[in-house]
Design a protein around this ligand. Structure first.
Ligand SMILES: Cc1ncc(COP(=O)(O)O)c(C=O)c1O
Length: 360
C-alpha cells in the first residue's frame, strides 16, 4: 500500500553526486563546487551576523539580495526573483508552467533534475539528443512545442556553449517559456542576459554555488520580465530564502573583484588540465564551465571512475547510455589536479596516450 500518487511511487529520484562524510579526505572533483573559499568579505559578514536576523522571519522576496542583483546587473528589482539555489527556481518554473498536457523539453544529455521535476509534475518529457559535438538541436526543440524548454548554457555535463543567435532563434519561435540555465556562465566568454529584455518568454537562471563558492548557502536567482517574475513568485514557498543567505549572498555578489580573480584562476587551470588529459590520450570536449567532459582511452569510463574512487579521487560518472564512455571532472586546485593526473597515469597505464588520439 502506498500513500503517494502513482507518479511518485514510480519516480526515480534525482541522485546528487557523492558527498563524503565530514573529515574524510578525498580529492573531490564530482559536483562542480568551487575549490576556493567564498569572498572574505562574505565570510566576515557571516561571522558578524546580527542574531536579530535569525529571530525574525526573513523578507519573503529576499529583498537585500534582490536589490543587490538588480544593482550589480543594472536591472529593476521587479525583474529578479531569488531562490534557495537555482534548483528552487527550476522547481517554481516547472510547478507554474508545466503539467499533464504541458510538456517539458530539453536537449539531452543535460542537467538530470529537469526530468525529475517534470515527472513529479506529471508533465510529458521530450528529450532531444545532442550530437557528439553537443550542438543545440534548435529546430527539433522548436518542433517539440514545450510549455517549458530548458537549455543549460554552458551545458552540463558537456561544458559546451551555444551562441546567443541560436538561443534568440529558439526564444523567437518556441511556444512556451525558454529557461536559459546559466549556472556556469561566469566561466564562459559571454552570457545571454540581453535576451531577457527582447523576449517576454525568456528566463535566465544564475547561482552562487559555482562562481561564488557558496553551494552550501543555497542561493540562486531568476531574471525575466516582471509578469514572469510575478507568476513564479506565486508558487514559491513563503520564506524560500533564509535571512543568512540573503545577507551573506549580497555581500558576496558585491565583491566582484574577488569573484573575477577566482574565476580567472579556474579558467586558467581548466586549460592546463584539458591539455594534460589530452596528453594522457583522453578526448576532452571544449568547455566554458568549471568542469570538463572527458572520454578516457579505451572508453572504459566506469572502470576508471571506480579506480579513481578507490584512490580517493571523486569524479562524476553518469548512468546514461549517451555518457557511458565519459567522465565529468570538476576543475579543482593545481594540487588536486596533480593527484588526479598521477592516479590516471597509473590507471590508464604508461602507453595509453600512444594508442588513442583526441578524436571523439
Ligand atoms: C545546470 C545546472 N543548473 C542548476 C544547478 C543547481 O544549482 P544550485 O546549487 O544553484 O541549486 C546545477 C547544479 O549542479 C546545474 O548543474
Amino acid at each position: 500500500m502506498s500513500f503517494f500518487r502513482p507518479t511518485i511511487d514510480s519516480l526515480s529520484p534525482y541522485v546528487p553526486g557523492l558527498q563524503p562524510a565530514a573529515g574524510v579526505s578525498v580529492v573531490k572533483l564530482n559536483t562542480n563546487e568551487n575549490p576556493y573559499p567564498a569572498s572574505p568579505r562574505a565570510l566576515e559578514a557571516l561571522r558578524q551576523l546580527d542574531p536579530q536576523r535569525l529571530r525574525c522571519y526573513p523578507d519573503p522576496l529576499a529583498d537585500e539580495f534582490r536589490q543587490t542583483v538588480a544593482t550589480v546587473l543594472n536591472l529593476d528589482p521587479s525583474w529578479v526573483l531569488v531562490g534557495n539555489g537555482s534548483d528552487d527556481l527550476l522547481t517554481m518554473v516547472v510547478r507554474a508552467a508545466s503539467g499533464p498536457d504541458l510538456p517539458v523539453v530539453y536537449p539531452s544529455p543535460t542537467y538530470v533534475l529537469y526530468r525529475t521535476l517534470a515527472e513529479i509534475q506529471d508533465a510529458p518529457v521530450v528529450a532531444i539528443p545532442f550530437d557528439d559535438q553537443f550542438s543545440l538541436p534548435v529546430d527539433e526543440l522548436i518542433n517539440a512545442s514545450g510549455a517549458v524548454t530548458f537549455v543549460a548554457n554552458p551545458n552540463s555535463p558537456s561544458g559546451t556553449k551555444t551562441e546567443n543567435t541560436q538561443l534568440a532563434r529558439l526564444a523567437d519561435t518556441v511556444d512556451g517559456l525558454l529557461v536559459i540555465d546559466e549556472a556556469y556562465v561566469a566561466f564562459a566568454d559571454d552570457d545571454a542576459l540581453a535576451l531577457v529584455a527582447e523576449h517576454p518568454n525568456v528566463i535566465i537562471l544564475r547561482t552562487l554555488s559555482k562562481s561564488h563558492g557558496l553551494a552550501g548557502l543555497r542561493l540562486g536567482f531568476a531574471i525575466a520580465q516582471p509578469p514572469i517574475i510575478a507568476g513564479l513568485a506565486k508558487v514559491k514557498d513563503s520564506y524560500n530564502v533564509d535571512a543568512v543567505a540573503a545577507h551573506v549572498g549580497a555581500v558576496a555578489l558585491r565583491d566582484t573583484v574577488y569573484t573575477s580573480e577566482v574565476v580567472e584562476r579556474i579558467k586558467n587551470d581548466r586549460t592546463q588540465l584539458a591539455t594534460a588529459l589530452q596528453g594522457l590520450g583522453c578526448h576532452v570536449w571544449p568547455s566554458q564551465a568549471n568542469f570538463l567532459l572527458v572520454r578516457p582511452p579505451q572508453a572504459d569510463a566506469k572502470r576508471v571512475h571506480q579506480d579513481l574512487e578507490t584512490r580517493g579521487v571523486l569524479v562524476r560518472y553518469f548512468d546514461d547510455p549517451a555518457l557511458a564512455t565519459t567522465l565529468r571532472i570538476t576543475i579543482g586546485t593545481s594540487d588536486q589536479h596533480a593527484v588526479l593526473l598521477d592516479s590516471l597515469r597509473t590507471i590508464l597505464g604508461g602507453d595509453a596516450a600512444a594508442t588513442t588520439g583526441n578524436g571523439p
